[in-house]
Design a protein around this ligand. Structure first.
Ligand SMILES: [Cu+2]
Length: 489
């Protein structure tokens, strides 16, 4: 991040209107139903331009000419059919992040489908099994395609949603812009791969650098946060407000106040909040991002209207109805160890933790230095159980075969000096413990953020057959080898 100076931003108003008239104000279009029961959408990936930092236009890659791509909304139990037209000059795919879809619809090139060639077309079709906040993005060269703007929200509405005044999506984006407002073209560079990934210098909400977000005293908002950044981790502070977490990665969780009041989102993660707007009419309140120490900044301001909606916050229920997930049986579960190694300073951490970094890197200090030198001069940087995958081909033998219909524990150790948001396709899992301590809410997630030197155990029933990606969602880490395949059979 320090490598780039932020361009001078002309702040652009991001003013949503008062309750009831917001939809038209949101900067993405709403896809409308064709017939009840099946939602038909078409997405066209193509080059275009967007106004992140007015007055200039930034060249980007877009779905249907917008960033984010259109917000796809349907109801739980409905079916979605998406025709994708690839107008890019290179291959692409779409992955439906967090949705439990049939394997052939998962959008992983070479693993679940042939990539959609330039000028080609592919039809994805699946049922919306779980309600919640999800998103879509390419899985082909995602470190570049996502960074150029290919992503969009996918909202599955509950049949009986919780009552709120407004349901709002904030898709958080992170761009590395040059002084002239162009996207920096250093996608997948070695430095980003070996460190924290491509952390940018310009954060957007729904594709715009936000200024104010209009609210009213007494209003209750369901805020769906989606982190679409390649690498940036957010830690949001809604100072003066008391947000309640009601879902993580789309899956309902016991409503609770976030730890230390901070909403932490690693790349690809989602958090659904209920926020009662308790500020005074006519006041302003900053939403800060405090993740990177010394680099705190104001994400957006909540701008209170002069007229309250109501004097007191409503006392409507907060809990969401559960999704149809199978409960893992920990006593009967198979246990599998997964160790992450690599990255800058990784050999030191791995050695401290007594972990090997795989062939040719364990042993004495000489071979350790040799391994480090080899890594520095290639884009292979990260290992799962000693193996670095080839991102370009997605060609991987399954690392684990998990018996279908059975419960499985994956005990993960982050023997590196960096954070990793680890994502499993095709399933949601319970996060059971961190460093041996049970989690408070045994939350369901599809992407779990693991701190340096942390051990995290997850558990799930492998009920979705096929070959599924298991990878870091810092997209530069994925490109540097941090991916594997779990086979459910
Ligand atoms: Cu990572």
């Amino acid at each position: 991040m320090s490598m780039y100076t932020a361009p001078t931003l002309t702040r652009r108003a991001f003013l949503a209107s008062a309750a009831g008239t917001t939809a038209a104000m949101l900067p993405f279009s709403l896809a409308l139903p064709a017939t009840a029961g099946t939602r038909e959408i078409s997405l066209r990936a193509a080059q275009g331009g967007i106004r992140i930092v007015p007055p200039g236009e930034t060249a980007a890659w877009l779905y249907n000419d917008t960033v984010p791509g259109p917000e796809i909304r349907l109801r739980q139990g409905d079916r979605l059919r998406v025709t994708v037209n690839n107008a890019l000059a290179e291959e692409t795919t779409i992955h439906w992040h967090g949705l439990r879809v049939p394997n052939a619809m998962d959008g992983v090139p070479h693993l679940t489908q042939a990539p959609i060639e330039a000028g080609g077309r592919f039809v994805y079709e699946f049922d919306a099994v779980d309600a919640g906040t999800f998103w879509y993005h390419p899985h082909q060269r995602s470190f570049e395609q996502v960074a150029r703007g290919l992503y969009g929200p996918l909202i599955i509405e509950e049949r009986e949603p919780v009552r709120v005044d407004r349901d709002v999506t904030w898709m958080l984006g992170d761009w590395r812009l040059t002084k002239s407002g162009e996207l920096s073209k250093d996608f997948g560079n070695r430095h980003d791969i070996h460190h924290s990934g491509r952390v940018g210098n310009t954060v957007t909400i729904n594709g715009r650098v936000p200024d104010g977000f209009a609210v009213r005293k007494g209003e209750r908002i369901r805020l769906r946060l989606i982190n679409a950044a390649n690498a940036r981790i957010f830690s949001l502070d809604f100072a003066g407000h008391e947000p309640i977490v009601i879902a993580l990665d789309g899956q309902p969780v016991t409503p609770h106040a976030p730890e230390k009041g901070l909403i932490v989102l690693g790349p690809a993660m989602r958090v659904d909040l209920i926020i009662d707007m308790t500020g005074n009419a006519g006041s302003r309140s900053s939403v800060m991002d405090r993740f990177y120490e010394g680099l705190e900044y104001r994400l957006v301001e909540l701008v209170y209207d002069g007229t309250p909606l109501r004097e007191r916050a409503p006392d409507w229920p907060l809990a969401l109805p559960a999704n149809p997930l199978l409960e893992p049986d920990l006593k009967a579960a198979s246990r599998n160890e997964v160790v992450f190694t690599g990255g800058m300073m990784g050999e030191m951490v791995a050695q401290d933790m007594g972990e090997s970094m795989g062939p040719g890197t364990q042993g004495d200090r000489n071979s350790m230095m040799g391994g480090m030198m080899r890594m520095m001069h290639s884009n292979t940087a990260w290992f799962i159980n000693g193996v670095a995958a080839d991102e370009a081909s997605h060609d991987m033998a399954p690392m684990l075969t998990l018996e279908k219909g059975k419960s499985h524990v994956i005990a993960m150790t982050n023997a590196t000096a960096w954070h990793h948001p680890i994502h499993l396709h095709g399933h949601s899992f319970r996060v059971g413990s961190r460093n041996g301590q049970p989690t408070h809410n045994r939350e369901w997630q599809d992407t779990v953020l693991i701190s340096p030197r942390e051990k995290v155990e997850i558990a799930f029933v492998a009920d979705n057959p096929g070959d599924w990606m298991f990878h870091c969602h810092v997209l530069e880490h994925q490109a540097g080898g941090m991916m594997a395949v779990f086979r459910v059979a």
